[in-house]
Design a binder for this molecule. Structure first.
Ligand code: NAD
Ligand code: MLT
Length: 307
């Protein structure tokens, strides 16, 4: 059985795969090159960079596709399922990493840390320019209360924030011990000083935040998106940042990655990281191990942990 690993994953995962399978690590392939060689493989392991399209799936002989991470929006799961290909992910290993990155971004945007660092390093001492806002006493809106959203909510309460949340798919009992007011989307948008997103990118969440939703928000709201580009309409976000409706925004993800000449990056009140939410040494080892074990289980015909 042959496995192709087409995005960089931790060595610990590769070692597990190599203990049972023949493994090729090729992280340099163009979509055309990938399409040419995919028919030789039984399994494909990706992170978020490789786009596993319907076309790629249809010309493959894959039995399983593994995602070293949570989001499977870069994989055409429907096309895979129709062809009888199992898709597995590694949903637990990067929860804390993504949660901690959310707070890194939230503190950084509230206190203008990246702007202040760059000003200081270029020889200036601009103490008045970088007055921030504090998190304690503010209302945090958490959109999506799954694994990451819940961890964010827990930590926000301990920082003295009031937490309101929106997630139509979870039971109230699920968040009872978390000190969250579970409510509808409009109330979260209307009452929050900071809003953070922790939903997957799906047909329902694509552009769930656009011009109309920005109108409902408080003036001077802060936005943090460490989930997926595409959840927030980037043009509407740009306009809201320029008008001052949104005071500051922290983005880890973009509709198109890398974002290249995305106009959002030209704004002073936008801070950004290149999709680093899951990028801790600890998380990358766990997700690579998790996905490798499930690839082996799938190829052996055993029950997988994360279908
Ligand atoms: P999860 O599945 O545990 O939680 C997602 C939650 O979103 C669920 O509770 C679900 O009910 C809710 N949801 C789904 N559709 C919704 C909608 N229309 N409105 C409101 N809520 C909705 O997933 P998770 O582990 O918490 O991860 C969330 C997302 O974060 C992932 O899908 C991934 O895209 C993203 N992520 C990004 C990074 C990063 O590197 N930036 C790292 C990890 C995860
Ligand atoms: C995920 O969905 O797990 C994230 O995109 C993390 C990643 O793969 O970098």
């Amino acid at each position: 059985m042959r496995v192709l690993v087409s995005d960089k994953i931790a060595k610990e995962g590769i070692d597990i795969l190599k203990s049972e399978l023949k493994v090729d690590v090729r992280t340099d392939l163009t979509p055309d090159q990938l399409r040419e060689i995919i028919k030789d493989y039984d399994a494909l392991v990706v992170r978020s960079q490789t786009k596993v399209t319907k076309d790629l799936i249809e010309c493959s002989n894959l039995k399983v596709i593994g995602r070293a991470g949570v989001g499977v929006d870069n994989i055409d799961v429907e096309a895979a399922t129709l062809k009888g290909i199992l898709v597995v992910n590694a949903p637990e290993g990067n929860t804390i990493a993504a949660c901690e990155h959310t707070f890194a971004l939230m503190f950084a945007v509230a206190r203008k840390i990246p702007q202040a660092v760059s000003s200081l390093k270029s020889g200036r001492w601009e103490r008045n320019k970088f007055t921030g806002v504090q998190l304690s006493g503010k209302t945090l809106g958490v959109i999506g209360l799954g694994r990451i959203g819940k961890e964010v909510a827990k930590r926000a309460s301990s920082l003295g924030m009031n937490v309101v949340g929106y997630d139509p798919y979870i039971a109230r009992e699920n968040v009872e011990n978390l000190n969250i007011k579970l409510t509808d989307l409009d109330e979260v948008l209307r009452t929050s000083d900071f809003i953070t997103f922790h939903v997957p990118l799906t047909k329902a969440t694509r552009r769930m935040i656009g011009e109309e939703q920005f109108k409902i928000m408080k003036d001077g709201v802060y936005i943090i998106n460490c989930a997926r580009g595409g959840i927030i309409d980037e043009k509407a976000l740009y306009d809201a940042l320029v008008s001052g409706k949104v005071a500051g925004c922290a983005l880890d993800v973009f509709e198109k990655e890398p974002p290249e000449d995305n106009p959002l990056l030209s704004l002073d009140n936008v801070i950004a990281t290149p999709h680093l939410g899951a990028s801790t040494a600890e998380a990358q080892i766990v997700v690579a191990e998790e996905v490798a074990k499930d690839i082996i289980r799938a190829l052996k015909g055993e029950i997988v942990k994360n279908p």
